[in-house]
Design a protein around this ligand. Sequence first.
Ligand code: HTP
Length: 845
Amino acid sequence: MTAQNTALPNTMQVEDDRTGLSIGTLRRAMADNLFYIQGKYPDIATQNDYYMALAYTVRDRLLQRWLATREAYDGAGVRMVCYLSAEFLLGPHLGNNLVNLNIYQPVEKAITESGLNLDQLIAQEEEPGLGNGGLGRLAACYMESLASLEIPAIGYGIRYEFGIFDQEICDGWQVEITDKWLQYGNPWEILQADSAVEVKFGGYTEFYTTEQGEQRVRWVPNYALKGVPYDTPILGYRVNTANTLRLWKAEASESFNFQRFNQGDYYGAVNAKTTAENLTKVLYPNDEQIQGKELRLQQQYFFVSCSLQDMIRIHLAEGNRLETFHEKFTAQLNDTHPAVGVAELMRLLVDEHAMPWDTAWQVTQKTFAYTNHTLLPEALEKWPIGLFGRLLPRHLEIIYEINQRFLDQVQQQFPDDDGKLAALSLIDESGERYVRMANLASVGSYSINGVAALHSELVKSTVLKDFHQLWPQKITNVTNGVTPRRWLVLSNPQLAELITSKIGNGWVQDLDQLKQLEALVNDSGFCSAWQQVKLANKQRLAQRILDFTGIEVDPTSMFDIQVKRIHEYKRQHLNVLHIITLYNRLKANPTQTMVPRTFVFGGKAAPGYFMAKLMIKLITSVGEVVNHDPDVAGRLKVVFLPDYNVTNSQPVYPAADLSEQISTAGKEASGTGNMKFSMNGALTIGTLDGANVEIRDAVGDENFFLFGLTVEDVMALKDQGYQPKKYYHRHSSLQNIIDQLSSGVFSQGDQNLFRPLVDNLLYQDPYLLLADYQAYVECQDRVSQAYADATHWTRMSILNSARMGKFSSDRSIRDYAKNIWQVKPVPVKLKEYIQANAGLQVNTP
Ligand code: HTP
């Protein structure tokens, strides 16, 4: 043996090309993936090829953990959370996986040494935009926290071929472009064709008698589809846990189309395939607004049926009986979109697995828990009985049966209270008859929760008031949270580094540790480092603004930002009223000194929501005037950042000085952007709505700009008959603005463009902009004064970040785990793939 040979590590220690983390191995793996997967030599490879090669390199290092996780969960005894959600707004995976795998630095080095740029490769990823906004993003943060906390979980949802549309701004208006996120392939998903299931639709039901003489119901459907699962591993932060996100794609069912093939109807059968695939073609782009479309109900039933069948298969494969299904699984209903699951689980247990009704109902009620996310009447799902019965005849029968038994029980508790019966009934019979999904979810669940303290109280006193009286323990609160891995470590690396340099990196897994920053608010070195990071982030955003919109903004001006879906209740137009107020002041007095501000907006409007689209046009039109007026140059800029999505949002939060959270009190259930801003050191101007209330409690009244009517004020004002016109007459500056909008000052003389908005404000103003206008403007003046004192502002900024521990999604998930789900962590041990598998060995029977 030569000296050189002795120095060689033994085979067990040789770095495996598919798991090793040294720079050399990473570079080698990249080159291999480029060649063997992309089929490219480096000299002809595109940036996207390199991105793919890198994504596969990272995925290889993930799969080990994913398989180890599945093995750890296999077998009886592991209780799992199934998070059922029609939306998962994941955002790009690559950067997040690098952070969570703890390989950001070596990969960056390997990429740089190869002559590439990691940021550019990360920017290649098409994000899976499988959600509209807060609801879907919350599901994504929760999946990440579940894995980080090592809690056994599966996320179940829909693999939409087209996610939320891409937004372009043309002539100041929103234009929607289809989101072809799958066009270059998706390296993060794994097709599991052998776990496909069948889902039935339509037809009728009939009674039959079994050989044992039992009376049963059979559903004779009209057609069936196949649900094919695609799995995406969701890795926790620096743990081995990689949970599964299982998304279902609809395909034609072979068994149903077999006959057609046999009859020689080849084209008919192929046609059926295309029709089938329409079901999961596209995400409905409405946030908090139901449209009652049949295809939407099909989507909901489809993914819920696939998921429940999958859960039953897992449970039975472990050798369990279905009577213990609820001990193995708890299924969280993310809003009412998956609520039909209550009827579907009953059908599966009673019709397909011959379980007695009462036993099945106990299992069902102990399986589901329901999260309510909104009080807006237009968002409360209800399905016309006719439509529901045509698509799901057996489920309608089951719902009637559940309702009958439930109302009998209510009748006993509240004899002769017809009002109570009508309010609690699963069927709305006040006019056309509807199935009420919130009532179905409430009756079929063992727990109901709202998403912020105020919201949960309002759930108890309004939409689910009668349920609360019936079951006073059932409604609880779990305040939303966001993951600090994506929203701090990945989005704001400079701030993360500064924090870590002072308090170590324990805060990433335990956000309460940020509290230690409080001790540094008087440390001038730390404060100026804090300011420098903010400035650098603002410069970065300023560059993006220039690239995206051609507008030049001053990074030393105050960045006043409102990013979120465009909705009247969120009141982006109240923000605009303030901008015009400042503009008018400067026009009246051009030499007036003023804290320069850059107003940034971002957000999508539902394609059919006329008012929201007009609000975008209002913002861009005011921007056109303001940005080109030399009288206000250097002091005011207005920017609408197009295509607000997860990717584009990541540089926004770290660059904000002021976070706009100005919804009408009682309308925003929680908000989660509010948390992301505050974590990144922005101060909030906000109403007492949603989680703003708790954010203010946490950061301190003196570090939060509060204004506006409270929920009680809003109710009182509406009760006494709100007249917006009064406010118009009361405030001359408000009157002036409304008149400018009507007379075409911001629409090149067009007096009709903003008329629908103006008329709405003057004659209805359902979201009380005019009533809140004065308080808002006065509060904004206090903001400007405060900003002028940079030292004090920085102190408030630091305290905001330092006190945001509560708003980590880790805390939310711990609350769910302890108070609702009763699940415990199951740590995963990593087996070295190279050790476990010396070679391919197939166990043939
Ligand atoms: C909503 C609310 C928003 C919440 C978010 C997540 C509706 N999901 N659906 N959400 O508008 O305030 O933060 O709970």
